[in-house]
Every structure is written in C-alpha cells, then in structure tokens.
Design a protein. Sequence first.
Length: 453
Amino acid sequence: MMDFDFDLFVIGGGSGGVRAARVAAAEAGAKVGLAEEYRMGGTCVIRGCVPKKLMVFASGYADAFEDARAYGWDVTAGGFDWLGFRGKLHAELDRLENIYRTNLDKAGVQIFDTRAVVADPHTVRLASGETFTAKHILVATGGAPFVPDMPGADQVITSNDVFQFDALPKSILIVGGGFIACEFACILNGLGVEVTQYYRGAQILRGFDDEARGHVAELMIEKGVNLHVGTDVIDMKAADGGTWVKSTDGKERVYDKVLYATGRNPNTAGLGLEEAGVKLGRKGEVMVDDYSQTSVPSIYAVGDVTDRINLTPVAIREGAAFVETVFKGNPTKPDHELVASAVFTQPELGTVGLTEEAAAEQEPIDVYCSSFRAMQSLFAGRDDRVLMKLIVSKASGKVLGCHIVADHAGELIQLAGVALKMGATKEDFDRTVAVHPTMSEELVTMKTPIRSA
Ligand code: NDP
C-alpha cells in the first residue's frame, strides 16, 4: 500500500474547508493539511456574511434614532464615524480569523499559509514549490465576484472593496439585482450614501417569490434607494470626481463609485483540476456527485466552488457529510432540501421552500398572505408593511413555502424552516396558539386563502 504524506489535504480555508479539515482530524483521527492563500475564514468571515451583517447593524441605527424620537426619547443622531466603525470591524474579523486558526491547530491540522494547486490526483503543489501527497484532496476554494467584460470595467469595485473604503462615497451606483446588490444598496443607503441601483430585469431578486420581491423593492424605494429596473450600463469611464456612466435609459451621470454585484464565479482558474482529470462546468464549477466526489475518485469538492447552493451553512454541511462519507465509513449525502435563507435588505426577506410560482407549477395550491403595518413601526409613524405568506398544497395540506418580509425575517424564517422540514401542514400552523402581540402570530392566524392556483 502506498504511503501518503496526508490522509486529507484541503485547499481553501473557508467555511466548508475548515469544517471538513477540523472534523476529519479531530473526530476521525486523520492526518490533515490545509492550504489557504489569503486569510483563514474565507468569504463568509473575511469579506462576506460577517462584515456585511455588522454593516447591516450599523446602518439600521439611522431609522432607530428616528423611531426612538417617536417613542419619546430626546436623541439626535450625530454623524456616522466610518473610520471608527471600520477599525472595530477589522478588529472583529482578526479575532474571528484567529479563532478559526486556533481551532484548526487544536485539532492537529497542519496549516500552510500559501496557495496550493492540484498536481495530480494524489499530489498538491504549494506556491513555494513543495509538494505533498494525500490519499484524498478536498477542493474548497469558494468563489469570487464576477464583473462582465465591458467598457470601463476597470473603474468598478465589487463587494470585497466596500469593507476597505477609506471614506464612504457620497454617491454610488450599484449594478445587479441579487442578494449582494440589494443588501449593499440598503446598507449604504442607511449609512447616508446616495444610492442608485440598476437591475437589467423586470424585478429584483429573481428566483424569490414574486410578491415578496415586489414588496422588498417597494420598501427599498420608500427608504430612499433610487432603484431602476429594466436598466443597465452601456458605457462608463473615469471622470472628474468619480466614474461617468451612460445607461440604457439614456441618462448620463458621474457617481463617486460604481459597484458591480453581478454574481460570483467559482474559484477554479489555474488550480490544475482539469489537467488532473476533474470535470468542470460552464462557469468553471467543479462537477460533483451527491457525495461531493468529483470525476477523479480521490478528489472531492464542497462549497461555492461546486455552485450548488452558495450559502455558508450549506458548505459546512457538505464538508461534514464529506468527512462522514470518506473518513467515518458512513456514506452521507448533504441535504439540499428546504434550505432556509435570508436576504439582509431593510426590511429582510426570509424564505424557505417553494415560491408561489414554482409550487403552482408543481400542484394545485392555496395561498395565504397577509400584509400589514407592524405595531412597532406604526407607532413610530412609519408606513412600512410586513408580508407573511404561506403556500399550501391542496392535496396534502402541507406548507410548501413560507416567505416573510419584515425586520428580523432572517431570525423568523429559521424557525419556520424547522416546521417545514418536519412536514408541517397548514392545520399544524392553525393549531399552534399565537404569541401575542408579535408580527409572526400572523403566520398561525391566517384563516382564508387569498387565492388558489
Ligand atoms: P446573484 O446571482 O444572486 O445575483 C447576480 C445579479 O447580477 C442578478 O441580479 C443578475 O441578473 C445580475 N447580473 C448577472 N450578470 C449580469 C450582467 N452581465 N449585467 C448586468 N447584471 C448582471 O449573485 P450575488 O453576487 O448577489 O450573490 C452571489 C451568491 O452569494 C448568491 O446567489 C447567494 O447564494 C450568496 N449570498 C448569500 C447571501 C445571504 O445568504 N444573505 C448574501 C450574499 C450572497 P439576472 O437576475 O437577470 O440574472
């Protein structure tokens, strides 16, 4: 039998790679090496979910000060100290990165702070030129922002750059209508930046429930985002004071910054995967089977690099399932069914299960939906409305989808996700006594479908 330097070599120290490395070493006693070329923690910790969410919190205070006044508090919002906040933000990221590193150390994983590529099905080559053999290689290199090739593309920034701003821009154009574009539009708007957003299609957040998308879009506009749908950039170049942009609606204007949030591509360029026989898809994603195994039996891949469901908790589950399968003799498929998620716009959109549109294609459904002004914001004189929506199978009574647009919808949808995962029916929701007074009691008190399809 051939001796390998490692039982497992992981390329990429993000959510999926770190989980797999740590569990394989700590729980399965594997000899594990992990290479990371940038910072431990990956997109989620260093330039994604975590700093983004802290910015969501920071930007939410603008409304909170106004509301506090409506509730009788004598407060005046001073200016926002971006540099003060940025310093604390980066200190927090350093702290988290250290925790990741320490946990890998404690588990006995050997860390290489450098780039690694695949040299053959059982060998990795580090940037230093060193090579190591491994019985299994796990590719967990994540993704990176994609910017379309167009005039002026060198002018644009991506979400990665926002966390490094030396000062907040006065004005920004955000291009895209997905998670990242909408979240940053709300964050920067809340922090006092004048935000214009262009989306090429008819409505933002394609793939989410239509009614929920419309609701989020309306509230974003009410809160001050200059959202233009059916609009795209046709020309762009550097100009005095920023970037000059010409758009499909004939408008021309200079923005301080132009941010493209037009999707993310898997990080596979130059990794040596195809040369080693690993099949890649059209976007460069690593093609894997249900167990995250690639077309080369000794090479597996998890997380965004596989472009399945590009969310941190999914990558973590994929990493854990890989270890169960390969190191614990317990073949386990990561579960991609009924994954709840949230878009951290203001207000948030929480979603689990099927949209009304997808469910109606599948089978006859009843739709329960309620849109109302929540007590807290109503009292503060706000016009914001909350949306609660359930999609129910006519045949089985099962709740097929739940969509919430409200403050804290991310927190609420987590619990709705448990119910849906258990196969809850509308009757189960109905026999659950309401918690009063809350917004979410509406989820258990909607008596009559607003329509059927
Ligand atoms: P998305 O795929 O969600 O959105 C990309 C957007 O860019 C779409 O609106 C798309 O339009 C538009 N677009 C694509 N190409 C072009 C182009 N050439 N010109 C103009 N517009 C274009 O990607 P994001 O970058 O927003 O996010 C990537 C992924 O990261 C998400 O899908 C999600 O999985 C994950 N994520 C999750 C978060 C969370 O859980 N809260 C937060 C942030 C990211 P169209 O719809 O027409 O294709």
